[in-house]
Design a protein around this ligand. Structure first.
Ligand code: NAD
Length: 333
């Protein structure tokens, strides 16, 4: 669907991710396009409208959004919310509107079964509508900076792909078509499983090295030069004070919340089970994220707080500096 021929775009779900994403659309879409928005939390709808009064129109329901938009995006917490917003029992859902010929894009991270159920429902009721899973990666800061990546549930030859790319690049950077329906989600869950396991492994490896007397900055250099090189250690190091820009160095704030990692990890395990994939690290990983999500020292913080949860030393720098001072005093004698 060519953006130059579109007059209305809809956005349902203006939360931590959806609000900045919709803000980029309001800011960057061609001036003739209106943005119709809805959230059960009226405050975020009001906020977006007051930021872009000429561009953003407050809608009264998800159906009301769909009635007025040729392209509809959703950014909701879980599969049950996505099911209910598209095809729930009441008359205010997206599919209560006639969405024939429209483009629907769900950016939420949910289970593949819910996504496929919504797609099948839409295909049956509105054969000319196109529904895609389009989960994102990059966090709230990425959404604010328009640097998130999109994993699209479509193939390279999908006729809508060029339009989808143009649209989502207003809100992000990399766009990867993953091959077909629900494969964007399968890719995202597989990615988050891997990233979650690596964060636990880095935490454990750092902890054993540090307890053996090593400076974590030296360990990080060793991993980077050796076979253990990984982005979690390089850019999101779970040990505070190793990489200045990592959430851990800022009190584990401004990152990917541990409860969201728990949710994605659990969805990945469900997917693995459904497709019959071996998963020896899954149980321990889920127990770790589950425990950290419920731990008052970790809840609401960046998921790399598993280092704290697993008993890692966060005060190592003071001790090393203390040792250095003690050593220089000794040397001075
Ligand atoms: P959030 O809870 O901040 O926002 C969800 C929004 O959906 C809320 O504003 C809520 O009021 C709204 N909502 C819920 N039910 C609704 C309904 N029936 N009708 C209309 N609005 C409804 O969540 P978020 O952090 O923005 O995450 C959204 C999705 O993106 C999740 O699936 C999450 O896993 C995924 N995600 C989040 C991050 C992150 O760092 N926060 C990163 C990548 C992906």
């Amino acid at each position: 669907m060519d953006l130059t021929k579109v007059s209305g775009i809809g956005f349902v779900g203006l939360g931590a991710m959806g609000l900045p994403m919709a803000g980029h659309l309001a800011n960057k879409l061609p001036s003739h396009i209106r943005l119709y928005v809805y959230d059960i939390n009226q405050a975020s709808v009001d906020q977006l409208h007051s930021d872009y009064p000429d561009r953003v129109i407050k809608a009264s329901s998800a159906k009301n959004v769909a009635d007025q938009s040729e392209i509809i995006l959703t950014m909701l917490p879980e599969g049950k919310h996505v099911r209910s917003v598209y095809m729930g029992g009441d008359s205010e859902t997206i599919c209560s509107s006639d969405v024939s010929g429209k483009l629907l894009l769900d950016c939420s991270t949910i289970d593949t079964a819910s996504s496929l159920a919504v797609k099948d429902y839409i295909n049956e009721k509105f054969p000319t509508a196109s529904f895609y899973d389009a989960p994102v990666s990059g966090g709230v800061v990425g959404a604010q900076k328009a640097s998130i990546a999109f994993f699209l549930g479509c193939g390279d030859s999908d006729p809508n792909l060029p339009h989808l790319i143009k649209l989502v690049q207003l809100m992000g950077k990399d766009v990867i078509p993953c091959g077909g329906p629900s494969k964007g989600l399968a890719a995202k869950l597989s990615n988050n499983y891997l990233s979650g396991v690596i964060a636990i492994a880095v935490s454990e490896a750092m902890d054993m090295g540090m307890r053996s007397g090593l400076d974590p900055r030296v360990l990080a250099k060793v991993y980077a030069a050796g076979t253990a090189q990984n982005t979690i250690c390089d850019r999101f190091c779970p040990v505070p004070g190793v990489y200045a820009e990592a959430p851990s160095s800022k009190g584990y704030t401004n990152g990917f919340k541990v409860q969201l990692m728990r949710k994605d990890f659990s969805l990945a395990l469900e997917m693995a089970q459904r497709v019959g994939a071996q998963n020896v690290l899954g149980e321990a990983g889920l127990a770790t994220y589950d425990g950290a999500s419920k731990d008052p020292r970790c809840v609401d913080l960046d998921s790399r707080v598993v280092y704290r949860y697993l008993g890692g030393d966060e005060d190592w720098l003071t001790k090393i500096d203390g040792d250095a001072t003690a050593a220089s005093t000794l040397n001075g004698h």
